[in-house]
Write a protein that binds this ligand. Structure first.
Ligand SMILES: [Zn+2]
Ligand SMILES: [Zn+2]
Length: 179
């Protein structure tokens, strides 16, 4: 019988930001990697990733996964990870930036009919931040970037919308804000 694994995936150093993902037991780590990239706005065309049994990082992961699904870990099935409810994995995207996520198996359920897996079933609701440049002009615009240079200078996060990043902070290093 086909089962569906329901995972909660969160940034390791920002636990309040998470996505809930449902995936079938017969699907693979390549499928899981694909939906995680989508869920966390990671590039789908660049960078390797890998899943690890929790606490075992540096020892043996389940194998690298390439964008679009190649790599030694790509064919590993979810059912073969040896997880039971409450079990955890670590997922690292981009070995350069080393973006770490903790993934917890919340429950194993029956599949819903007519539903395509894997799928994102819920997302954390994080507080919106607003563009400081727009605020100066009396507008309230949701910020999607943090200017690293100006933030370091100001000693506080300088949040910007995409338009203000382009017009006012063109050559500055910036980091995308995830919600
Ligand atoms: Zn703005
Ligand atoms: Zn700036």
């Amino acid at each position: 019988m086909v089962e569906v694994y329901v995972f909660k995936a969160a940034f390791k150093y920002r636990e309040g930001l998470w996505r809930r993902i449902a995936i079938k037991d017969g699907q693979t780590l390549a499928d899981f990697d694909g939906i995680l990239r989508e869920a966390f706005n990671h590039d789908t065309w660049d960078h390797l990733s890998e899943f690890y049994p929790v606490h075992a990082r540096g020892m043996s992961g389940f194998g690298e996964i390439e964008p679009h699904g190649g790599g030694s870990g790509a064919e590993v099935r979810i059912a073969d990870l040896g997880l039971s409810e409450g079990g955890k994995l670590e997922y690292v995207y981009d070995f350069g930036d080393n973006i770490q996520h903790v993934i917890t198996l919340e429950e194993i359920v029956e599949p819903e009919s007519g539903v395509k897996y894997p799928r994102i079933t819920a997302k954390s609701k994080t507080r919106k931040r607003y563009c400081v440049e727009c605020k100066l002009m009396g507008k309230k615009t949701v910020a999607t970037w943090i200017c690293i240079e100006c933030s370091e200078e100001a000693g506080a996060d300088i949040c910007l919308c995409a338009d203000c990043l382009t017009s006012e902070h063109e050559d500055h290093d910036a980091e995308e804000i995830q919600y």
